[in-house]
Design a protein around this ligand. Structure first.
Ligand code: CAO
Length: 414
């Protein structure tokens, strides 16, 4: 089967997490991604959080599948010459250096556009134009500046960052969409364009419903938040603990074994349409006859009591038993699955969302495959490149002969 992005060449200047997640997706869709790294140094993540000494870390290997790797010093004159060849050779350049780094290398958008008018130049920065445009940004900074942290956490407690990497991987996803959109545009315009995505903007986009709530606040309290009607609202969208936020009451409740298992919990949504079944199951058929309980409005001031009653029942079963009982009753619920449980989940193995990958230096490891499934071009996951593994191969493709390759090597450009 042919790959959806077959024939598209990506000049991958990305590092750490945000940019690499973007180019990894493009590689899974079949693009030829050439990852360019500094000679002798490489992407800093190769050496970060190493579990096996002197072997590319899981941090690196899990973000750089299906790519080829070459080294190149783009600050040396001989390196710049090769970089110009790469710009002419490729369709897309992706980078997430600190602001201004590409310009300092001598490769502004104008210069790149001049070298290859069809090239799409895609960047991730922490912030868009404005006061903070020169700042370096990492995941948690983006979560804090994009509105996620102020709206995540328990009421009256400190703001929380989330484990989902919405700043890095989330922005990488946004950028990938920008790139394929620009590639589509190029099919009829013939021209490349600049694609930019700021991590603050990406996080804010994912927090869209919280800006919705900010504006609703002006017209009265947010009735689906736990602060209503017993607590108070301030001027900004507050943290809402584990409330579902969609207008249907939801909460995380304990299940059997919670005393020793930190993940023995389940999320339960007590949605009106399925309330009768839920109430009967937990031994509260009485609520259905009681005007104090039998309408969503009547239950609203008593959600804490309601979930405490639900929890008394869930604590008698393990989280999977609760799921098996509540699902046929149309009660939406989801067990809190640990990374261990996800890693061992057979259905995720079957769909290729969890994959085993073989690596010449570290052996077999687990990774997350492409979560986006295309029927005509499924993704296979292959290992990340070693530092400089494909340098000579790429240089040959750029037209350098053995002598020229030896010369650039001698000059320290690769
Ligand atoms: N050849 C020569 N020089 C190279 C090179 C190469 N192949 N690759 C990188 N360099 C140089 C850069 O040009 C830069 O040099 P200058 O400072 O002289 O311009 C230098 O290496 C360091 O690059 P950097 O500033 O991007 O790296 P850093 O570790 O200092 O900062 C980060 C890292 C992530 C904070 C910063 O890149 C950034 O803010 N990126 C944008 C936002 C982003 O993507 N953040 C998410 C990262 S994942 O949490």
């Amino acid at each position: 089967m042919s790959k959806a992005l077959e024939g598209v060449k990506i000049l991958d200047m990305t590092h750490v997490q945000s940019g690499p997640t973007c180019t990894q997706l493009l590689a899974w869709f079949g693009a030829d991604v050439i990852k360019v790294e500094r000679p002798g140094v490489g992407d800093a993540t190769r050496g970060q959080l190493q579990d096996i000494p002197n072997v590319d870390s899981l941090y690196f290997t899990m973000l750089n599948h299906n790519k080829r790797g070459m080294t190149l010093n783009t600050k040396l004159d001989s390196g710049k010459e090769i970089f110009e060849k790469l710009i002419r050779h490729c369709d897309v350049l992706v980078e997430n250096f600190a602001p201004g780094a590409m310009d300092r290398m001598g490769f502004s958008w104008e210069r790149i556009h001049e070298l290859n008018p069809r090239m799409i130049y895609a960047s991730i920065k922490g912030f868009g134009p404005g006061k903070y445009e020169d700042c370096k940004v990492y995941e948690n900074v983006a979560q804090c500046t994009g509105g996620s942290a102020s709206t995540t956490g328990m009421i009256g407690e400190v703001p929380l960052v989330t484990g989902a990497q919405i700043g890095d991987s989330g922005t990488g996803l946004h950028l990938a969409l920008g790139i394929v959109t620009a590639l589509f545009h190029r099919t009829h315009s013939g021209e490349g364009q600049r694609v930019e995505c700021a991590m603050q903007d990406g996080v804010l986009n994912l927090c869209r419903v919280k800006l919705r709530d900010q504006q609703r606040l002006a017209h009265g309290p947010l009735t689906e938040y736990p602060q209503y009607p017993n607590g108070e609202f301030g001027e900004a969208t507050p943290r809402a603990g584990n409330a579902s936020g969609g207008g249907q009451p939801g909460w995380i409740v304990k299940c059997k074994g919670w005393e020793t298992d930190p993940d023995a919990y389940i999320y339960v949504i007590a949605q009106a349409a399925a309330f009768a079944g839920l109430a009967k199951e937990i031994g509260h058929a009485d609520w259905l006859e009681d005007p104090e309980w039998n309408t969503p409005k009547a239950r609203l001031p008593k959600l804490e009591t309601m979930f405490a009653e639900i929890e008394k029942w869930t604590m008698t079963k393990n989280k999977f038993e609760v799921m098996d009982i509540l699902n046929p009753l149309n009660v939406p619920c989801g067990p809190i699955l640990s990374m261990k449980e996800l890693a061992e989940e057979p259905s995720l193995r079957k769909t290729g969302t969890i994959v085993e990958v073989d690596h010449p230096e570290r052996g077999t490891y687990l990774s997350v495959g492409n979560p986006i499934k295309l029927s005509a071009s499924p993704s296979d996951v292959t290992r990340s490149p070693l530092l400089g593994e494909h340098t000579d191969e790429v240089l040959r493709e750029l037209g350098l002969d053995v002598g020229a390759i030896a010369a650039v090597r001698e000059a320290g450009a690769v």
